[in-house]
Design a protein around this ligand. Structure first.
Ligand code: SF4
Length: 130
């Protein structure tokens, strides 16, 4: 992250840990704004490792969407990863996911599901329950 999208770090008052990351992705479909901060450990784990997504820009976009909607990034990412696990094992099919192919590594599905969870649309309404 330091070599690509990290632009700085912020902190709550007087905290020596300074966990808040600031990132900026310029241009493209994953463009982000620095005001939303950036993904830290748990966010990268939930939207990255658990969803089999290794694109920091897409993960940063997922983080930004969660910040904009007021969603917890850990809960949201884990819920989507669980849906991907179910989809991969045939427990869920397109008919259950409003036609979305929620397979591991699908950045488009991950971002779409964040929107649908936030708006409680269709299958997103189920995942919104956690
Ligand atoms: S660890 Fe992070 S969230 Fe917690 S007080 Fe420090 S800067 Fe704030």
């Amino acid at each position: 992250m330091k070599e690509s999208i990290l632009t700085g770090r912020e902190s709550c008052f007087a905290c020596p840990i300074r966990c808040k990351r600031q990132v900026q992705v310029v241009g493209g479909i994953y463009a982000t704004r620095p005001e939303y901060g950036g993904p830290e450990y748990e966010t990268i784990a939930s939207f990255g490792s658990l969803c089999c997504i290794d694109d920091l820009k897409a993960i940063s976009k997922a983080h930004e969407l969660c910040q904009a909607y007021g969603l917890d990034t850990i809960s949201t990412g884990v819920a989507i990863a669980f849906a991907m696990e179910c989809y991969e094992n045939g427990i869920l099919a397109r008919k259950d996911t409003d036609g979305l192919e929620i397979s591991f590594g699908s950045k488009a599905s991950m971002l779409t599901m964040i929107e649908r969870i936030a708006r409680r649309e269709g299958f997103g309404g189920i995942l919104a329950e956690g």
